[in-house]
Design a protein. Sequence first.
Length: 266
Amino acid sequence: MPERHVAVCMKVTPKPEEIEVDRETMLILREGARSEINPPDMNAVELALQLKDQSGSKISILSMGPMFFDPYLRVALAMGADELYLLSDRAFAGADTLATTYVLARAIEKIGDVDLVICGEESSDGATGQVPPGLAAWLGWPVVSMAVAASFDADGDHVRIEREAHGRSIVSAPFPAVLAVKTASNQPRFMDYEQKHWAFEDVEPVVWCAQDLNADPDRIGLKGSPTTVSGLRQAGTRARKREHLVGEPAEIALQLVDLLQSQLLR
């Protein structure tokens, strides 16, 4: 079986509970939020590493974003990935999923020998689920969603995917293909501390800008993004019932017992 080249698309996202939006531009403000690796993308990395364990595949990490993404993406190298590509250019800023998948597709075409692209099913900051099918559309490759496990067929020409959607099913896709991995479908492994120094100190990432990708200026960034946000509103919340107990500790304890008993006897 030939060695397969697997590319994993990763994104660094702001923590959902800390996200704020610019009311004028309708764009997410990253400055006040801590960042993390998009959780479903960690499941995608783990699935790629499982394929590498089975057949010795090469794994490339691919991401579009600012340079501060770099140390986050190196976690995947410390887990066992082999190469890192970062697509970074101010011209990419403000991209929706159409512009993002266009840039990712241009990079995959430039890399040239990718057999399988694995993505998390969605991002925590957008949750559209549009990147895997959008990427497949630009590349003209088949896409399989809701993947929870995968293996390479003995013939070396297909990838066998286990899906979980209203039950379990097994499908087979020819190379090249795109997979969307279901969130929490596996347990991402810890970093390998024997190669942590290599991952964080020795590796030089490949950094490409729009010119390197020969990207059409009309298809990237805000200009290439037909999606618009027309308005924002705060989602409604339900206030929980609260009771404040006052008094000495012994009195509060008796009140608490009475409350618990009244709830249990309902």
